[in-house]
Ligand binder design. Sequence first.
Ligand SMILES: Cc1cc2nc3c(=O)[nH]c(=O)nc-3n(C[C@H](O)[C@H](O)[C@H](O)COP(=O)(O)OP(=O)(O)OC[C@H]3O[C@@H](n4cnc5c(N)ncnc54)[C@H](O)[C@@H]3O)c2cc1C
Length: 430
Amino acid sequence: MTGADLKPEYDIVIAGGGLVGSSFALLLDRLAQGSDLSVLLLDAASPPADSDDQSADFDARSTALSWGSRLIYEQAGLWPALASDVTAIRDIHVSDKGHFGATRLNSTEMGVEALGYVAENRHLGRVLQQALRDHKRLTVCAPASVEHVQPSSDGVMLTLKGAGRDTVSARLLVLADGGRSGLCRQLGIAVQQKRYGQQALICNVAFANDHHGQAFERFTDTGPLAMLPLADHVVGRERQHRGALVWTLADVTEPKSGPPMYSAERILALPEAEFIEALQQRFGWRLGRITHAGARSLYPLSLNLAREQIRPGIVLLGNVAHTLHPVAGQGLNLALRDARALAELLVEAHRERRHPGAMDVLQAFVAAQSGDQLQTITFSDVTTRLFSNAQPALALGRNLGLLLMDLMPPAKGWFARQAMGMADRHDVRF
Ligand SMILES: Cc1cc2nc3c(=O)[nH]c(=O)nc-3n(C[C@H](O)[C@H](O)[C@H](O)COP(=O)(O)OP(=O)(O)OC[C@H]3O[C@@H](n4cnc5c(N)ncnc54)[C@H](O)[C@@H]3O)c2cc1C
C-alpha cells in the first residue's frame, strides 16, 4: 500500500517487516481480533512481487522451524498455508566423526508428529506477505522506513521516509529492524558482541539417497556441520534428493606452507569436485554419494546481544535484540516465542486499558522471556564452543555426553526440548 492513508497516531508501530516483524504483526492482529488496537507495520524494503521466485531453485535458502514455532504459527492462523510446503524433521542424528559417541532423537519417541520443519525462506516470506495483504485491520506500508525516533510524553514520535507522511506517533514502537539496526545505534542502545572466529558456510547439496526426514548434526575436525532435509528438487524427469548444509569453519589465515587449515575461505573457493570430496569425507555416507553442490556463501558468526531490550515506549524484537549463531537454528524460533509472549501481554494490556508502552507492561514481557532467552542463548553458545573444539579432553567430554544422552532419556529429553524450542513448555511429554 502507499502511505497516503496513514493516520497521525497508532497504538503500536512495528519498524521492520522481516520474518520476525511480519510474524509478530500477524500474531498480534489475530490475538487482538474484536478490539480497536491500531497497528502499523513499516518495512524499508519492497515486498516481493507475486511473480518473484516462482521457479524451483536448487539453491533456495531455508530455515529450521521448531515444533514450538509450528504451534505459534497455528495460533496466528498461518500454519495451514505454511504446511503446504515444508519438510518434516522426523529424526535428528547427532554424532562426532571418528569418535564413539552418537545419539538419535526421534519424533515418535518424543510423542510428536515431527521434531521440527524445514521451510524455504521464500515460501515463508510469500505466506507472510499474502497474509499481510489479506489482513484488512493491519496497516502495512512498504517500502517505507523509520528514519528517526524521538521519545515523547505518550510514547515516541517517528520521522518516516517513503510513507506519504513525514511523522507518525506511536504509544509503543516495536523495533524489529534486524541485526544491523540503525535505529538501535541512533537511540544509543549498546550491543554486546562476541565473535566466534568462525564462519558458517551455507550450501544446498544433492545426495544419491532419500533423507527420509533425517537431519544430521555432525562434529568434525573442521568444525560442526548440520545437514537439514529439504524437499526434492525436480526439473523435468530428473529428481534430486536435497539437503541444506550449514558448515561451521574457522576464520583463519591459511599457512603459506605445510598442511592446509581448511579455513572458511579455502573451502568456499574449492572447485565443486574437491568441495564434494572434503564434505563427503566429513559427513560420511549415511545418505550415499553427494552428487551435486550448489552455490556456497559465508556468514561470519557472532553472538550479538542488545544491552537493553525495553525503554519507555520501545521494545526490541528479533535479531535487533539477539542475533544467535545459525548452527543451532534457534534465532527465528526464539524470536517467535518472544513475539508470542509480547503479543499476548499487549492484547491483555489493551483490554485492561493500560498503556502499551508503560514500563510495567514491558517489564512483564522481559520477566516472561528472560529465562527462555538465557537458556536458548547459553545452549547455542555452549554447544558452539564445545563442539567446535578439537582438543582431546573436550572431544572425550562431548562423546561421553552424547553417549550418556543416548542412555539417559531425561538428558535426551532436555536436549530435544531445546532443539524443538519447547524448553519453556510442559505440554509435550517425553
Ligand atoms: C545462515 C543462517 C541460517 C539460519 N538458520 C536458522 C534456522 O534454521 N532457524 C532459526 O530459527 N533461525 C535461523 N537463522 C536466524 C534467522 O534467520 C533470524 O533470526 C531471522 O531472520 C531474523 O529476522 P528479523 O526479522 O529479526 O531481521 P531481518 O530479517 O534482518 O529483518 C529486518 C527487517 O527490517 C527492515 N528495516 C531495517 N531498517 C528499517 C527501518 N529503519 N525502518 C523500517 N524497516 C527497516 C529490513 O528491510 C528488514 O526487512 C539463520 C540465520 C542465518 C544467517
